[in-house]
Ligand binder design. Structure first.
Ligand code: UDP
Length: 477
């Protein structure tokens, strides 16, 4: 606790999806541990999930308060309780979900008017909070949940539309004006940047970008040493006031906290760790596609075949329930992989697993939290992006940091529809798990993992930026 910051009162308003709320909670806990008075605004269904993750009795510093607002599921035709994006399981529900979030303005207005915090840290998908906060003289700070690299790449693509200048979906173009020569194809550009139709999501995305020049600043879950050229680019070329304070997943050293991130885990974490304890260092592959991606049964079947063909030990997280039809597994698969492979159906204690010394590689969809957790754990990665900013994150991992190889996903938003074959999976996995190339990637990743830890320690780059952020907000009161 730092007595300098105890008079600071900061509110968080995280977007209702695990990829956004997990790092926001980490941030809230970090701020509270430094003495800041922190509240998180959330909805009735998300509140118990958050309360569990916050673990008020178990974290150092001040207690975190939850402020509950109603979520208008019924108004937009969503089922009762559909208050988290992972529960919006069809394209229509997805759009309705985003529409519902734009209706929260009166509730946030009421809370800000009543409590008058010194700062509101609100997710990028709540662009309207900038003006509501401004009404009360409160600075709104944006949390995107992604890295400097992908923010810079996205800004260049939006401004220059280089994908309009190529003649086919698969012809590569260079993303203009970035510090490195980064190539992408039109097929890898987010669908919502190319689409002419105005969906609820596209409207919101556009609004979130338009409002940025009027936002007070940006908190970034990254560390300077990971992407110095892009941290500088974002600040100096794009002119954004930003503080990097990550990796956020590193701040919690409590085992229970790491196991409770995001949701209730579908496996006894002690059994899982015991299983990993019985394996050799760097010998187990971890496979996960985050909290949202839904792969088709035929894609899952290819993954199963690919994993078996590598002969590597693995932990594979599948977003399926135990009672779902199991036709996505090859005949006799589980018997054959007994002792070699562990399938977690549902939610895994990901950070606990990644940090185990037996894990030697990570097949990831390149959601920024997962990618950064992989870096922090010093792991080489097989990159398998699907949507959002994942194709940009892939380029950071493979082309800039050189700690991963691509599985070869070519099309934005089509995971599972454009089948990645078991042969391609086998080849990519072998490249990160065995041989000289794997060793090179692993040693680069391990060096970054060490730098990540140094960044959050006293005097480190993220430690200093966090203080700079607090001092900035404090100087306004
Ligand atoms: N996560 C987890 N267990 C799972 C799946 C995901 O703990 O079974 C966590 C993961 O560690 C990460 C977050 O959920 O912190 C997912 O965020 P990410 O940005 O990687 O992807 P998204 O889910 O937003 O696509």
């Amino acid at each position: 606790m730092d007595s300098k910051y105890t008079q600071l009162r900061i509110f968080f308003f995280p977007f209702m999806a695990q990829g956004h709320s997990i790092p926001a909670i980490d941030m809230a806990k970090l701020f509270a541990s430094r003495g800041v008075n922190v509240s998180i605004i959330t909805t009735p269904l998300n509140a118990p999930r958050l309360a569990k993750s916050i673990n008020n009795s178990g974290h150092p510093g001040r207690e975190i308060e939850l402020l509950i607002i109603n979520f208008p599921s019924a108004t937009v035709g969503l089922p009762d309780g559909c208050e988290s994006l992972d529960l919006a399981r069809s394209p229509d529900m997805f759009q309705s979900f985003f529409r519902a979030t734009t209706m929260l303005e009166p509730e946030i207005d009421r809370i800000l008017e009543q409590h008058r915090p010194h700062c509101l840290v609100a997710d990028t998908f709540f662009p309207w909070t900038t003006d509501v906060a401004a009404k009360y003289g409160i600075p709104r700070v944006v949390f995107h949940g992604t890295c400097f690299f992908s923010l810079s790449a996205a800004a260049s693509i939006i401004a220059n539309r280089p994908f309009d200048k190529v003649s086919s979906d698969l012809e590569p173009f260079v993303i203009p004006n970035l510090p490195h020569e980064i190539k992408l194809t039109r097929s890898q550009v987010p669908g919502f940047l190319k689409e002419e139709v105005e969906t609820d999501f596209i409207k919101l995305y556009r609004a979130s970008k338009e409002v940025e020049s009027r936002c007070y600043g940006f908190l970034i879950n990254s560390f300077y040493e990971l992407e110095p050229a892009y941290a500088d680019y974002y600040r100096n070329v794009m002119g954004r006031r930003a503080w990097h304070i990550g990796p956020l997943s590193l701040y919690s050293n409590v085992k229970e906290d790491k196991a409770q991130r995001g949701d209730s885990v579908s496996i006894d974490e002690h059994d899982c760790l015991k299983w990993l304890d019985s394996k050799n260092p760097n010998s187990v592959l971890y496979v996960s596609f985050g909290s949202l991606a839904n792969l088709t049964n035929s894609q899952l079947l290819e993954i199963a075949k690919g994993l078996e063909a590598t002969g590597q030990d693995f932990i594979w997280v599948v977003r399926k329930e135990i009672h779902d039809q199991e036709e996505w597994l090859p005949e006799g698969f589980e018997k054959r992989i007994e002792g070699k492979g562990l399938i977690i159906r549902g939610w895994a204690p990901q950070v606990l697993i990644l940090d185990h010394r037996s894990i030697g590689g990570f097949v990831t969809h390149c959601g920024w939290n997962s990618a950064l957790e992989g870096v922090t754990a010093g792991l080489p990665m097989v990159t398998w992006p699907n949507s959002a900013e994942q194709f940009y994150n892939e380029k950071l991992i493979t082309d800039v940091l050189k700690i991963g190889v691509s599985v070869g996903a070519m099309h934005w938003g089509r995971a599972g529809k454009d089948l990645i074959t078991s042969e391609a999976i086998e080849k990519a996995v072998n490249r990160v798990m065995v041989g000289e190339e794997a060793e090179g990637m692993r040693s680069r990743a391990e060096a970054l993992g060490i730098q990540a830890r140094e960044a959050i320690e006293d005097g480190g780059s993220s430690f200093s930026d966090l203080k700079a952020f607090f001092d900035d907000i404090r100087s306004r009161i």
